[in-house]
Design a protein around this ligand. Sequence first.
Ligand SMILES: NC(=O)c1ccc[n+]([C@@H]2O[C@H](COP(=O)([O-])OP(=O)(O)OC[C@H]3O[C@@H](n4cnc5c(N)ncnc54)[C@H](OP(=O)(O)O)[C@@H]3O)[C@@H](O)[C@H]2O)c1
Length: 320
Amino acid sequence: MKAVYYEEFGPAEVLKIGERPEPPLKADQVLVQVAAAAVNPIDRRLRAGELQDFFQREWPIIPGWDFSGRIVGLGENVTGWKIGEDIAGLAFDWFLHGGTYAEYAAVNAGAIARKPVSLSFLEAAALPLVSLTAWQALAEFADLKPGQTVLIQAGAGGLGSVAIPIAKHLGATVYTTTRQKNFDYVKGRGADHAIDYTACHYADVIREKEPGGLDTVLESLTHDEAIRNAIHLVKPGGTVAYMNNPPPDMPEIADKNIKTDFLHNRPDGEMLGRLMALYEKGALMRPEFEVMPLEKAVEGHRRSESWQTRGKIVLHVQDI
Ligand SMILES: NC(=O)c1ccc[n+]([C@@H]2O[C@H](COP(=O)([O-])OP(=O)(O)OC[C@H]3O[C@@H](n4cnc5c(N)ncnc54)[C@H](OP(=O)(O)O)[C@@H]3O)[C@@H](O)[C@H]2O)c1
């Protein structure tokens, strides 16, 4: 099968495209003919050699967790799924070898959901990782309620693009950071307050508007100041969901009884199915996305590294 893979850690250019064997199918997995795969920052971070202590690997590695496609094989323990069904899912695994930047992927049946007919394969592939992450952070971990306030950092990015509509769906008032040129985009997705982080200090703006503090911060930025600001910005009893790091060592966390953790997206086919239903009926707005052919995965990773993409990048793998 055709696949993108890498044989060593390094810059985007270590990605090669070529022939790889089809993945073997385990008992709890489905074999998927992949139509589309989304690029996520984690793909390029793993390729660059980050997080080596957390993952096991077998070289060469096909990157990618997000996908949409069609079931073409069923493991012996799989029930409730049929060959020919169109699905999307999050093929997360702590063992890296056979990802979704490929014509075929073997995926745990517990990680998939039916693709709504009204969504194209390209649209569906953009959704699993970011939607599950945002729902697990905002609805599950923060238990965000109507009338509460939330800061969603990097609102124009892949995660922000779905976290804003999810927070609005939960009834919250949304603050988000983005450059001015993306204000229409984030406001169109429901953000109540867009703050241009290049023109002012976002924390000052929020402190002025919410002197009592925010209920929740979805912190996806990686610099120290943002990591610490998140703790300063929430009210006593508030929640900070970190997307890239464990909570900082700050006495304020215990003093203010702040609930905080480093959250990692969790594959959950049932939850994804409920989210897909919300996208299908228009209760959640889908992210903008840019399509590239699988052959342009190097460019996709370079663009992701710019930290300036809006919405998602989706790789078109094959027409099915
Ligand atoms: N823990 C998890 O499970 C999980 C899941 C998903 C993502 N993440 C992490 O969350 C982060 C965001 O992911 P993503 O998929 O949204 O990435 P992304 O799509 O690559 O984010 C790009 C966006 O970041 C914005 N941005 C860049 N610098 C910014 C700044 N200083 N302040 C505010 N916005 C800024 C840009 O907006 P402008 O062009 O307007 O500046 C751009 O739209 C990544 O670090 C990723 O690793 C973690």
